[in-house]
Design a protein around this ligand. Structure first.
Ligand SMILES: [Zn+2]
Length: 234
């Protein structure tokens, strides 16, 4: 019995390794998808920025043109004032020039503010472009790394399954069946250690007779609470 239990423990140990690798392997496509999402998000941000920047550029150019036209008008008025034929005409032109100049200063300030805004937006676009590039590079390298990891995990699982099949040959069929049924029902470790008198599957304190039975090492002993096969650590 002792030898059979040892063989079953080997199977159980391999099962927990396989389980762990399967868990890790399942997580890999999610990790790749996460990186893909990051790229998509960066691309969307960049795409959103483009029309905003274009509109701002058009608006700035229009304001610049308006300012230049106003400047031309002011120049013409200054030429006219030199040719003024009467004092009245001179005063009227002077009044207009002053009011135009105030308008032009406002227009110039607006153009400068608009250009600053444009600069800031262009910088933001530049940063988003860099971010997108970084996300793409990261995706490519992570994908390569994770796919290699997945391949290694698959090969390792295959190797462990082979070992499990070999170890299973040393377990009597009735015990192996019981173990397999437990695995199917619980979908997790079906054979657990006893630590400080409690089952490490459900953490219930075991009865004294169960411990005594385990110490004899002659029978297959199960937990009265969760039904898992128990073993004592050597
Ligand atoms: Zn238990």
């Amino acid at each position: 019995m002792s030898g059979h239990l040892k063989a079953l423990r080997k199977v159980a140990e391999l099962d927990s390794q396989i389980l762990e690798l399967n868990r890790k392997q399942k997580h890999i496509p999610e990790l790749i998808q996460q990186k893909r999402d990051e790229v998509q998000q960066a691309t969307e941000q960049l795409t959103d920025k483009e029309p905003k920047l274009r509109n701002l550029r058009v608006k700035t150019e229009l304001q610049e043109k308006e300012f230049q036209a106003a400047e031309q008008t002011a120049i013409k008025l200054r030429e006219q004032i030199n040719r003024a034929k009467s004092n009245k005409e001179f005063q009227a032109l002077q009044h207009e020039i002053l009011s135009r100049e105030a308008d032009n200063t406002r227009l110039e300030d607006a153009v400068l503010a608009q250009m600053q805004k444009l600069d800031q937006q262009a910088q933001e676009r530049e940063a988003l472009g860099e971010k997108e590039k970084r996300a793409r590079t990261e995706l490519a390298s992570e994908q390569t790394r994770l796919e290699a990891e997945l391949k290694r995990a698959k090969a390792e699982i295959e190797r462990l399954r082979q070992q499990r099949a070999d170890a299973g040959k040393d377990v009597p069929p009735d015990i192996f069946d019981k173990y397999e049924r437990l695995i199917a029902r619980r979908g997790q470790t079906a054979m657990v250690a006893v630590v400080n008198g409690s089952c490490q599957g459900c953490f219930m304190t075991l009865r004294a007779e169960t411990i005594a039975q385990l110490k004899k090492r002659t029978d297959l002993v199960t937990c009265h609470s969760c039904g898992r096969i128990l073993y004592l650590e050597e």
